[in-house]
Write a protein that binds this ligand. Structure first.
Ligand SMILES: [Ca+2]
Length: 87
């Protein structure tokens, strides 16, 4: 019984450390809290903050306006584009 309890505690501590690091990396990217609303439902969840650690930015031109494109590191595909006018 003590062994199961100990393994559970170790598992929880490792999980807590993993998610803490992912949240820290997500915040460290410097994205605004509202930008991290990746599914654009109006709320930024903990999961979306964690997902931010796997999102990069690059400059892109849309209709002659310089915008910021957010893309997934895993495949380079764009997630969303934000232009200075907010579109
Ligand atoms: Ca959301």
């Amino acid at each position: 019984m003590k062994k199961i309890l100990l393994l559970t505690i170790v598992f929880l501590l490792i999980s807590l450390g993993y998610f803490s690091i992912r949240i820290f990396i997500g915040y460290r990217n410097g994205y605004d809290y509202t930008v991290m609303d990746w599914n654009q439902d109006g709320k930024t969840s903990i999961g979306e903050i964690i997902d931010s650690s796997d999102v990069g930015t690059r400059q892109t031109i849309v209709n002659g306006i310089e915008c910021v494109e957010y893309f997934a590191y895993k495949d380079g595909l764009p997630i969303k584009i934000i232009c200075p006018d907010g579109r």
